[in-house]
Structure formats: C-alpha cells, structure tokens
Design a protein around this ligand. Structure first.
Ligand code: ADP
Ligand code: MG
Length: 428
C-alpha cells in the first residue's frame, strides 16, 4: 500500500499546483519520437485540471550543458502536451526568475504552463535549497509525479518539499504500488528475467530475486559474466572481469537456494555469435552444451568443435533459440513475470524489417510474455533500454505494467527507499 498522500487526499480547488513530471523523452530534430511518458502522466493532469487548479509543470530533459542548450529544450514537449490535452499549454523559457514568475502570475484556473528544463540550472542536481525555494515560490502545492527521477535527491524531488505541502501524483502512486506489490506479494509462480549490460547495475536485484522468485533467468551481456564464472570461454564477448567474484557469489547463492526449495537459476545454454556488432556480419549459433548431447547421441562421432565453442574472434550478441525457448517455457508456468534488461544487442538495426540481427532472443521472450504460446502472465517491465525497445516496437501498452522509470524501478525492486517519495507527506 502506498503510504504517502496523493492529489486525491487534499483539497486543491483554485490552488496553483507545481507538478514535477518526468518528461525526459527522446527528441529528434525538435520532434518527440516517443511520448509514452507524456501519455502516462495524463491521468494526473486530467485529474488536476478537473480541480480547477492553475497548473505549472516542471521537468528535466537530457543532460544539458547550460541555459540556451536548445537541443534539450522542453518546448517540443509543450507542443505535444497541447495536442494530448486538447487545450493551450503556455511555455516559459526559464523555470525560475522573472520570466517564470510572470508566466505563473498570468495563469488562470484551468490553464497549463510548462517551465523550461530544470537542469539548465546546475543547482537542480545539487539539491540546492535556494533554487528549490525560487521554484516553490511559483505555487501553493507541490505534486511529485516524476517516477523516473525520485531515486535521486535533487532540488525538484527533495529540497522543494521543504517549502511547499508535497503530495504524490497518480503515476507515481501507480508505479510504486505495482512494483512494490509484485515484489512483496506476487501471484506465484514468479519468474524474473534479467538481462542487459552489466551485473554491477543489478546485483541487488539478482540477490532479491534469488530470495523471492521461483525462476531467475539471465540473458544479455550480464549472462556472459556468469558463463565465464562457469568456465566457458566467451572469447571477445562483453563481460565484467571485476565482477567475476560477484557472479560466482550469486551462482553459489542460487545453488544453495535450489537445494532448499524448488528454484531454478538459468544461464544461457546457447548464443548468437558474430565477429562484430554489425548488421552485415554473418552470425552463427553456438550451443555450449552440444558436445555433451552429441556424445550421447552419435558416439563416436562428434560435432565440429565450432558447434559448441565460441571462436577466438567471436562474441556473444544474443541468447540462442534453445535458451530463449527455455525462458519462454518458464513464462508458460508463471503467473507473474518481472522483466528487466534485453537478452541481446537490440539496438543493431536489421538490413530489413523491424527486428535487428541480435534481437531475436528478446523477441522470443516478448512473444512468450504476450501470450503467443497460450498463457499470458502479468508482466512488469523495467529498465530504460528494455522499455526503449518496446517503445520502438510499439508494444508499451501490451504489458501489465511498463515502468516509466529505469533506475527508479531497479532501486525500488531492490528494496531501496526512494528519496523523492520519502520526502512527501505521509497519509494519516
Ligand atoms: P536496461 O536499461 O533495460 O536496464 P541495460 O542498460 O542494463 O538495460 O542493458 C541494455 C544494454 O545491454 C543494451 O545497450 C544492449 O546492447 C546491451 N547488451 C545486451 N546484450 C549484450 C551482449 N550480449 N553484448 C553486448 N551488449 C549487450
Ligand atoms: Mg540502460
């Protein structure tokens, strides 16, 4: 249960509300290429506007170098919001100072004002109280709805709550509620599919899932480190040398857990390998358990060593079909799935069609999660790159819950407190 006050717990009518949203969306040539985060914040905006508030919205976008960094301007967001809300959205070219104050003062009930990028001021990320005070002076109430930023203590997530009554928006409540629920009382069996780049980012997550999940399956570059820990030569594959002891430790913990109860920790059996990360590079599938199977089936004949060994110039860029099918099988038994991290290098574009050469493992997992093999579990998806891939594929609305926050969802799943949530008022 969400323990913080939300916009539904206080009287807002006629007030000036400062809403912190996470409108850090991809923008190319002044156009928003995906508006999932904007879409997800609409219920909060609609609710606030029904209360006849004067609505001021602030957000950050990208990593600006300073004021006037037009590539990171929020202006395109104002334009898109206008379309989505079907009403005017004013834009102030600064988030504090004279221009912001004037725009805020001119606002009437039911009107919307978007402020320019908070991070044009370095004080934002420094959690600067003076900057927060200036922001706060624009409004009567602060509403936190930027789930993607609440894992950081910044001026617009932490310091600002010292100056205004501060409550949660509906998106923040939904994100925290859904993710906490899945971690604390999931409908079992619970399957965790963890991929992506580095073990280091997800150590706590892996530990937590080994304790609570029925199946943990790893993929992506992260799995390479586990393969090395198991004595498999991954050649040129990306893996974390420094985290090898961590990988060993996690494997040990998983094996101990599997002795105590029915639990599976799955690392890939096979992978898609290539000489380079390129759409034109020839690929092949290597099955590192093939020699064992072949020994039994065709003794004394053996498959060529290449079938079970990655050549020295090659690297693993995706999980193989065997591993993908194994995960898909796990999904058939699951009632709840948490998925974080792609199974391979999904960004490499294909020569033809929407699915890249190293995205087939991820696609197989998606097919399973969407019920194409008969059973569709409730799935929570997190992770910036994972969600980005779903955005590109137009699939963000096909899952139980697709989180708008990458880092924030990871920290929440790992059981950490989020400073931007902690700072809000408690429910009585
Ligand atoms: P998320 O943002 O969803 O949490 P991560 O940032 O942890 O995910 O990882 C996503 C990145 O991992 C992607 O950029 C992808 O290219 C990379 N990746 C996945 N598998 C591999 C692999 N086998 N080799 C190299 N990079 C990989
Ligand atoms: Mg990422």
């Amino acid at each position: 249960m969400f323990t913080k006050k939300t916009i539904k717990d206080i009287d807002l009518s006629g007030k000036t509300v400062l809403l912190r949203a996470d409108y850090n969306v991809p923008v190319e040539d002044g156009k928003i290429t995906d508006d999932y985060r904007l879409q997800q914040s609409l219920p909060t905006l609609h609710y606030l506007l029904e209360q006849d508030v004067k609505l001021i919205i602030c957000s950050h976008l990208g990593r600006p170098t300073g004021p006037g960094d037009t590539t990171n301007s929020l202006f395109p967001v104002a334009k898109r919001l206008k379309q989505l809300l079907k009403r005017d959205v004013e834009f102030a070219p600064d988030c504090i100072g004279e221009r912001a104050e004037k725009a805020a003062k001119n606002l009437k009930s039911g009107q919307v004002l978007l402020l320019e990028n908070l991070r044009f001021h370095p004080e934002e990320e420094k959690n600067d109280p003076e900057f927060a005070k200036q922001l706060a002076s624009l409004a009567d109430v602060f509403v936190q709805d930027g789930f993607g930023v609440v894992h950081r203590a910044h001026a617009s997530t932490d310091a600002i709550t010292k100056f205004l009554p501060s409550v949660a928006g509906l998106l923040l409540e939904k994100e925290v509620d859904t993710i906490t629920n899945v971690m604390e009382k999931p409908e079992r069996p619970l399957v965790a599919i963890i991929g992506g780049a580095k073990i280091a980012d997800k150590i706590d997550l892996l530990h937590r899932f080994i304790e609570i999940a029925d199946v943990v399956a790893v993929g992506g570059a992260m799995a390479n480190t586990f393969l090395v820990a198991e004595g498999i030569d991954v050649a040129q594959s990306l893996y974390d040398k420094v985290d090898l002891p961590v990988a060993r430790d996690i494997m040990r913990k998983a094996r101990t857990e599997a002795k105590k109860r029915r639990f599976i920790f799955a690392i890939p059996h096979d992978g898609v390998v290539a000489h380079k990360m390129d759409k034109t590079a020839p690929t092949r599938i290597v099955d590192w358990s093939a020699h064992v199977i072949a020994d039994i089936e065709t003794y004394p004949h053996r498959p060529p060593a290449r079938a079970s060994h990655i050549l020295w110039q090659e690297m693993i860029l995706d999980i193989g079909p065997f591993s993908g099918s194994f995960i898909a099988g796990g999904v058939q038994l699951a009632n709840t799935v948490v998925w974080n991290g792609t199974m391979g290098v999904t960004e490499t574009p294909s020569l033809q069609g929407p699915v890249g050469p190293y995205a087939h493992g991820t696609e197989l997992v998606i097919e399973a999660l969407l019920g194409q093999f008969g059973h569709k579990p409730f799935t929570v998806v997190g992770g910036g790159d994972t969600v980005g891939y779903l955005e590109n594929r137009g699939l963000v609305n096909s899952f139980g819950h697709v989180s708008t926050g990458g880092g924030a969802s990871l920290e929440l799943m790992a059981g950490r407190k989020l400073p931007g949530v902690e700072a809000l008022e408690d429910k009585k």
